[in-house]
Design a protein around this ligand. Structure first.
Ligand SMILES: *Cc1c(COP(=O)(O)O)cnc(C)c1O
Length: 230
């Protein structure tokens, strides 16, 4: 069994290798360790290995782990967020990765006590099972968010299809990057849109090659904890 620190070392090396291939600076890639499948103790281990960004996809996960970790971490909410859960989540987190509809934006505006750094989730691959707005709607959607002073669009997020075909994954990430470039060039004050949240345990190397600035890595860092108390 590898420790969290050993797994992390390996991942950091892979990110450095991908940066070298793409002629990027590794400092421009932030690892968000997704702790949704493990308990507070394993999350604490991640923090002790030097990671500062943690990702959760449910309110319950935040409630379970925040007391243990608290302000040692910056918290990323990466799961789809139901409107009725917004008030339980929005003032606890540093980043929301799943802004994908107008009704959610409206609810954030109502509940947030300060501006929230949001990624707009885009369904680049068009799979019916994936959430996110269509790439062709993204620019208009983001323009309309300008009426909400509690929303700051820092970037775009996507998930690649679950496939072995590297080219399909790469095209998804590349599509998101092109969209990011297009939207950031609009110069919208509420939407600097410079960041790209893409890449998970199975595909973060490709994502980094294609420009990811935040990679959301779960199992490859924390492993599984099935059967353990969480
Ligand atoms: C669970 C999850 C991840 C991490 O997945 P791994 O395959 O464990 O790395 C990343 N992003 C989102 C949105 C997730 O739900």
């Amino acid at each position: 069994m590898l420790t969290v620190a050993e797994r992390l070392n390996d991942i950091q090396q892979q990110i450095m290798d991908a940066c070298k291939r793409a002629e990027r600076n590794p400092e421009d890639v932030t690892i968000v360790a997704v702790t949704k499948s493990v308990g507070p103790q394993r999350a604490r281990e991640v923090i002790e290995s030097g990671i500062r960004h943690l990702g959760e996809n449910r309110v319950e996960g935040l409630e379970l782990k925040m007391p243990e970790i608290g302000s040692d971490a910056r918290w990323h909410f990466i799961g789809s967020l139901q409107s009725r859960k917004v008030r339980d989540v929005i003032n606890r987190i540093d980043f929301l990765h799943s802004l994908d509809r107008a009704s959610l934006a409206k609810e954030i505006q109502k509940r947030a006590e300060r501006p929230v750094d949001c990624f707009v989730q885009v369904n680049v691959s068009g799979e019916a099972s994936k959430s996110g707005i269509g790439p062709e709607e993204a620019a208009d959607f983001i323009r309309l968010l300008g009426v909400y002073d509690k929303i700051r669009v820092v970037g775009l997020m996507t998930m690649a299809p679950n496939t072995e075909e590297e080219q399909v994954i790469r095209n998804t990430f590349r599509g998101l990057r092109e969209l990011r470039d297009e939207i950031s060039s609009l110069g919208l004050p509420h939407a600097p849109c410079t960041e790209l949240s893409m890449g998970m345990s199975n595909d973060f190397g490709i994502a980094v090659e294609e420009g990811a600035t935040f990679v959301r890595i779960g199992t490859a860092i924390v492993g599984y904890e099935s059967g353990e108390r969480s």
